[in-house]
Design a protein around this ligand. Structure first.
Ligand code: GAL
Length: 436
């Protein structure tokens, strides 16, 4: 008996493999919006992605159910690891071995390398048929378009500059959630005085980089942020506002004590949920996770923009690319893109994932307050929409990893000066062919 899984652990697998397909076949899964009857002979597609937390898994199941109702069977090839660190490596090795998945979570600028290699199925036909240019946000359309070809199906827009806070603990303090760093410091001091950790933190390099870019946006403002991250001007990295962002990052990290804590992002979110910490700075997938655990965005937690980033949207857009292979699944892959970018799948998936629909032609009033604010900020003409470096929207995999590594070294060594890290960042981020 020792080796057998407890019944609770078996449940998700049973649901996925037996119950969900059966219910979908019978005409609909409870909670799955707009899923109709299933086609008799579903065509399989192999889907490689990195969604393995509770909310990510449920969100992927929604996509899978929508596909099944449209005659496509999702064969799951999930690779655990927040931010896709491991998934990207597995994907590369599968492609090198001549066994690419039919569908892969490939996001941001990394898409272009794959498209340049001729490995990605262009989706222009689907995009034209579904009028993506009219229906999708222009920023999203730009992200999935490369050299005139549509190279991926967009799934959802995450907001990175999200500060989640525990409503119970804030009610006890009698303080509003902080809008400025001064307010944040007041709250942090009060919390520490009560023996409560102000911030749920993890020393995983990609999570540090995720916090850093939000802090940087707040300190630098959108114009300098673009010079640093989009134009990748190395001279701009010596700006005193970058030093200020690094100093603040170290201060934030130190609110969690001296001992390094490398833990997964759901583990950090768990601390917020358990009243062990009062706030968390993370992409809004952490909100999806809290909701998957039963938390309510009205009662249990709230979210505001990271101090200094009001009316700014630091985005990461999740996308699936359709990879070419000897299997020749083009028609089915086009179907996948069409179903996933369609309004019913968009609403059902994003509601769970914590992100917001990629379409500007949708009614999002049924989403939670954080999502509505994210969508409205992304849509507003006057907002600043800036891409996430930590999540591949602005630079390739190697640059993003080098930045995360530089930040990790800075935070793990209290003697390292912010200015030394600025020099390091300037060097690793230097745009290819840059002359500055
Ligand atoms: C991001 C991705 C999100 C979420 C997060 C944590 O890169 O866009 O969908 O999965 O990583 O793993």
């Amino acid at each position: 008996m020792k080796d057998s899984l407890p019944p609770r652990a078996l449940l998700p697998t049973l649901l996925r493999t037996l119950l969900f397909p059966l219910l979908a076949w019978l005409g609909g899964i409870p909670g799955v919006v707009g899923v109709g009857p299933v086609h008799a002979q579903a065509l399989p597609v192999d889907v490689l992605h990195w969604w393995t937390s509770a909310s990510e898994r449920r969100a992927a199941d929604q996509l899978s159910a929508h596909l099944l109702a449209n005659g496509v069977q999702w064969k799951d090839a999930a690779i655990p690891g927040g931010g896709g660190m491991a998934a990207v490596k597995v994907l590369k090795s599968r492609v090198l071995m001549g066994d690419p998945p039919d569908v892969a979570q490939l996001i941001g600028t990394t898409l272009t390398d794959w498209a340049d290699g001729g490995l990605v199925l262009p989706l222009n036909t689907v995009a034209t048929r579904q009028k993506w240019t009219q229906g999708l946000f222009p920023t999203v359309m730009d992200l999935v378009t490369y050299k005139g070809e549509v190279v991926a199906a967009p799934l959802g827009i995450h907001r990175i500059n999200t500060l989640l806070y525990n409503r119970r603990l804030f009610a006890r303090l009698g303080l509003p959630p902080p809008k400025t760093w001064d307010e944040f410091e007041v709250v942090a001091r009060k919390l520490s005085g009560m023996g409560i950790k102000p911030l749920a933190w993890s020393d995983e390099p990609w999570q540090m980089a995720t916090v850093f870019e939000s802090v940087l946006l707040g300190e630098a403002g959108p114009a300098l942020y673009r010079e640093l991250i989009v134009q990748r001007k190395s001279t701009a990295w010596m700006d005193p506002r970058v030093e200020q962002a690094l100093t603040r990052l170290r201060w934030l990290r130190n609110t969690s004590g001296d001992v390094p804590v490398e833990r997964t992002w759901p583990d950090a979110a768990r601390e917020l949920w358990n009243d062990g910490a009062a706030m968390m700075i993370m992409g809004d997938w952490a909100k999806g996770e809290l909701m998957a655990w039963g938390a309510s965005a009205e009662k249990d937690f709230g979210c505001v923009a990271v101090p200094g980033t009001q009316h700014m949207h630091l985005y990461s857009v999740d996308t699936f690319a359709m990879l070419l292979s000897a299997r020749q699944r083009e028609a089915t892959q086009e179907k996948v893109a069409e179903v996933l970018a369609g309004a019913p799948a968009q609403l059902a998936y994003n509601r769970i994932k914590g992100s917001v629909p990629v379409r500007r032609d949708m009614d999002v009033s049924s989403l939670d307050a954080c999502a509505r604010d994210s969508w409205a900020t992304f849509a507003a003409p006057r907002s600043a929409r800036v891409p996430s470096l930590a999540h591949r929207m602005a630079a390739d995999e190697a640059t993003k990893d080098a930045v995360a590594q530089a930040l990790w070294r800075y935070l793990s060594n209290p003697r390292m000066e912010a200015t030394e890290t600025q020099r390091r960042l300037a060097a690793v981020i230097r745009a290819p062919n840059a002359d500055h």
